[in-house]
Design a protein around this ligand. Structure first.
Ligand SMILES: Cc1cc2nc3c(=O)[nH]c(=O)nc-3n(C[C@H](O)[C@H](O)[C@H](O)COP(=O)(O)O)c2cc1C
Length: 151
């Protein structure tokens, strides 16, 4: 059973500003490829998350007793089709900007704020890596805004 919980608001009144999807869970061990690509990620299993396979800018809060760190992040949701076709495990992977460390076993709360693009299959790792640089550059450009929106 997964310890991940998802809060996807539905049916907000038309005049209300819709709240962003928030996913909370315990960070699982990845297969470490992210480190090799230069984009390490904190991973949550999200089999039932009602969000398409996509890439978002957002924030990650590390929920640790006595410590409350929040980071701006580039977040990917999907099966990593570049490596696994359609058969990969569906993961939420958050690359935290300006963070180095291991969050394995920690509880994190991921707030998805802006949809950047859909996840897709790249012909090579290098092509994916180039796109990741662009994604992160885009997230960094929004950083002040994201921090403000996360409250
Ligand atoms: C911002 C971001 C965007 C991503 N976009 C894609 C994508 O479009 N297609 C894809 O196959 N994988 C995508 N990924 C997932 C990478 O393939 C994955 O992070 C990498 O293979 C490392 O996996 P690991 O942490 O399980 O080792 C993305 C990851 C991040 C952080």
């Amino acid at each position: 059973m997964s310890a991940t919980t998802v809060r996807v608001p539905r049916g907000a009144a038309p005049t209300a500003r819709p709240s962003p999807p928030v996913v909370r869970g315990v960070v699982a061990r990845g297969d470490q490829r992210g480190r090799l690509l230069g984009f390490p990620t904190a991973n949550l299993a999200v089999p039932g998350l009602d969000v398409p396979d996509s890439v978002w800018s957002g924030t990650v809060r590390v929920v640790r007793e006595g410590v409350s760190g929040r980071y701006v992040a580039a977040v990917s949701i999907g099966r990593r089709p570049t490596y696994y076709g359609r058969h990969g495990v569906r993961l939420l992977e958050a690359h935290l900007l300006d963070f180095s460390g291991d969050l394995y076993g920690e509880v994190i709360e991921v707030r998805l704020l802006h949809l950047l693009r859909l996840q897709r299959r790249f012909p090579t790792s290098e092509a994916l890596q180039e796109q990741l640089h662009l994604d992160v550059r885009g997230v960094r450009a929004q950083a002040a805004d994201l921090a403000r929106q996360a409250g």
